[in-house]
Design a protein around this ligand. Structure first.
Ligand SMILES: Cc1cc2nc3c(=O)[nH]c(=O)nc-3n(C[C@H](O)[C@H](O)[C@H](O)COP(=O)(O)OP(=O)(O)OC[C@H]3O[C@@H](n4cnc5c(N)ncnc54)[C@H](O)[C@@H]3O)c2cc1C
Length: 378
């Protein structure tokens, strides 16, 4: 069946693959095969044929949000690698550029396999605003709607125009509006479901060269703008990349602090009436001053706490557990679990459990992992 696929144009079967070579956490065993697809049609042909044959499929972008088990993996990996990019003017009378409320704007259409940051760099290089705060996020364009990627006060939902996907149950290739994606904080109808494969994405940009409003205080401070103001997208991109590098959040082959899946846990959202209990647990453990300083922001469904703050205050400092551990917290950021080079999936999972359980024991707050788990669970 796999050999039959080799005849499809734009598709290449790679022998003897290892997920550890394809994921930023550098862990993961051996699937039956890796199928690299250079066109959207090759993706639909591969996934359609594998689904029809009942073969488990892992759709792969940049492998930057995956925790994959070791050993033999009963699946075929379909890597989405279509990388085309094109610009057009938005229909007059359409919704505004990058959420400005103005008519018009520019639409960029990108292949799902394009590296996300290459797209951001291209749009900013042309003087368009909208994607700059999302600079430096690893992975592919096609994965950005999957978990509604976000950083520095912006989520992809704010700039998403339309998505072309292959609906695996219906076997159809269609364009859908953002409303069909159920986008919310680090999730969508696609996350952990695999119901559709993203083939292309349209984003709406600001043709007048204004960034999205700068809402993140640390970024606004660096840029010297008031929160809510806009800035030059090129300056915002440069500043975001600097901030991210300082936290080990830009991939770097020479820096093991970046050999991760990014933030390992989402920021927990607790019901508002639970907040006093959490604060009193923090008071018991760390005193009233710390409890008063605990970050807490209004969010859909309650109050959003900072996972990184809770992890650190529960006793898991940067670099935990030690400099000789194969899997440890980043030395720059407690929210990233890193592989120092020789960690196995079991090492990463053991560390994730220790941190999750430790935070629960300390403060009664449950942390949920952000990455997608393949063949294993926390
Ligand atoms: C150093 C570092 C920093 C990070 N910073 C951030 C950040 O600031 N904000 C943030 O939100 N995330 C961040 N991440 C997480 C990650 O980069 C994003 O989630 C990214 O969008 C994942 O893209 P990917 O192509 O690597 O997806 P993969 O890891 O390959 O896949 C992730 C999931 O998406 C699915 N998927 C991939 N492509 C498609 C497709 N075309 N169609 C359907 N499903 C698909 C996969 O099947 C899998 O379930 C970071 C990760 C790292 C390593």
């Amino acid at each position: 069946m796999i050999r039959g696929l080799s005849a499809v144009a734009g598709l290449r079967v790679v022998p003897d693959p290892r997920l550890a070579d394809l994921t930023t956490l550098r862990i993961g065993g051996r699937p039956h095969a890796l199928v690299e697809c250079e066109t959207a049609d090759a993706v639909t042909a591969a996934v359609g044929a594998l689904d029809a044959a009942g073969v488990p499929v892992l759709v792969l972008g940049g492998g930057s949000n995956l925790v994959v088990a070791g050993g033999h993996l009963d699946m075929v990996v379909v890597a989405v690698r279509n990388r085309e990019i094109g610009y057009r003017e938005a229909d007059a009378g359409g919704a505004g550029g990058a959420g400005t409320g103005d008519a018009g704007g520019i639409i960029v259409r990108a292949g799902a396999g394009l590296t996300w940051d290459d797209l951001v760099a291209d749009t900013v290089g042309r003087g368009y605003g909208g994607l700059e705060c999302l600079s430096g996020i690893p992975g592919s364009v096609g994965a950005t709607p999957v978990q509604n990627v976000g950083a520095y006060g912006v989520e992809v939902a704010q700039v998403l125009h339309r998505v072309r996907w292959y609906d695996r149950a219906a076997g159809t290739d269609e364009w859908v509006e953002p409303a069909a994606l159920g986008l919310a904080y680090r999730t969508s109808v696609l996350k952990n479901t695999g119901t559709a494969v993203v083939l292309e994405v349209d984003f709406r940009l600001d043709a007048a060269g204004r960034s999205e409003p700068i809402r993140y205080a640390e970024l606004a401070g660096r840029l010297g703008v008031a929160p809510g103001e806009r800035a030059d997208p090129a300056v915002v991109r440069r500043t975001v990349l600097e901030l991210r590098r300082g936290k080990g959040m830009v991939l770097d082959d020479d820096d093991a602090d970046t050999w991760s899946a990014g933030s390992f846990f989402t920021n927990p959202v607790v019901p508002e009436d639970r907040l006093p209990t959490v604060r009193s647990r923090v008071t018991e453990r760390l005193g009233a001053e710390q409890a008063g300083q605990m970050p807490a922001f209004a969010a859909a469904g309650g109050v959003k706490l900072s996972a990184g703050w809770l992890i650190e205050r529960a006793g898991f400092g940067k670099g935990h557990p030690s400099s000789s551990s194969p899997a440890r917290l980043s030395t720059k950021h407690t929210l990233a679990l890193t592989n120092r080079g020789s960690a196995t999936a079991d090492d990463v999972i053991a560390l994730a459990r220790e941190v999750r359980d430790g935070v629960f024991e300390a403060f009664g707050v449950e942390l949920h992992p952000e990455p997608v788990w393949v063949g294993c669970s926390i």
